[in-house]
Design a protein around this ligand. Sequence first.
Ligand code: ZN
Ligand code: ZN
Length: 344
Amino acid sequence: MTASVYVGDGRLEVQQVAMPELGPGDVLVEISHCGVCGTDLHLVLEQIARPGSVLGHEWAGTIAELGSDVREWDLGARVVCGPTPGCGDCRACLRGRPSVCLRRAPVDHLGFRGAFARYVRAEAARLLRIPDNLSTRHAALTEPTAIALHAVSLSGVTPEDRVLITGAGPVGMLILAVLHAQGIRDVTVSEPSPSRRVRALEVGAARVIVPEDLPSPEMGRPVAEPYSVVFECSGVAAAAESALDQVDFAGTFVFVGTGHYPPRVNHNRVIILELTLIGAYNYDAAGWGPALELLASGRLPLDTLIDGNDVRLDGLLPAMERLAAGEIPAKVMVVPQTTEGDHR
Ligand SMILES: [Zn+2]
Ligand SMILES: [Zn+2]
């Protein structure tokens, strides 16, 4: 089958690779669309991925083959594949955090068999059916929407909060959309890219600013117009440091964007203002079901969140470079074809 393979040195190549092998409880899924994630950008452009990897985890598709033990699914069913369930009784699971279950198998963060390819293998037990009124393409937003829901729920944000989002890439934009859908309207977005600022206003930001507009506080005091909840979605150290400066007394700061260089955390501010700093990485205990429901509800501006131009496998690397440069304001969807045609 055709796949986009990471070959090292920040390069992707379209190659013919072996079809995934199915275990008895697996299904083969033909990929419809797979979103490009910030993690994919880091892994490729910062040359972190293991050569030979196929990236892409934000996929949706249709079942093309059933493992020998799979009874509950039919060929042609439209699906996404939810997270690995937690063990249910470790400290993390008992606190409603199964995505950091202490008994998970260690995650291989560098090597993948992902969905920038024609097919993926998936465990039937983890599949979720895509609701009839949601397109398969739109359903490829399920994973990042589940991430946005998790960041929002961990933050404890309410409609009374004054919220700042730093970085309006796909994750920041989805958090903005989720906040809006939950009736949280006082949301400011700080973003250097003009096209992303415009898009953030369309998605529901009350106001957009450039990062230089964020003031520096006096020692031990909040800025003049502080925020009670801040989502740092850029992964840029300077942006995170400035974002932390904007938090009000007893405010909450959520790290969502990963990045190469760690920010310096001013512990004095955290102490004196009694701030809460948290990290949000994966999904709520309810898994991806609520994300699928929200996507199908019509309450998210899906065609504003997703870039209008889908990318073929051989256009993936240039799209990644443009995404990293902030030139594409929305989520990019990859279709598993190439410009030369469609060799399965
Ligand atoms: Zn992702
Ligand atoms: Zn557990």
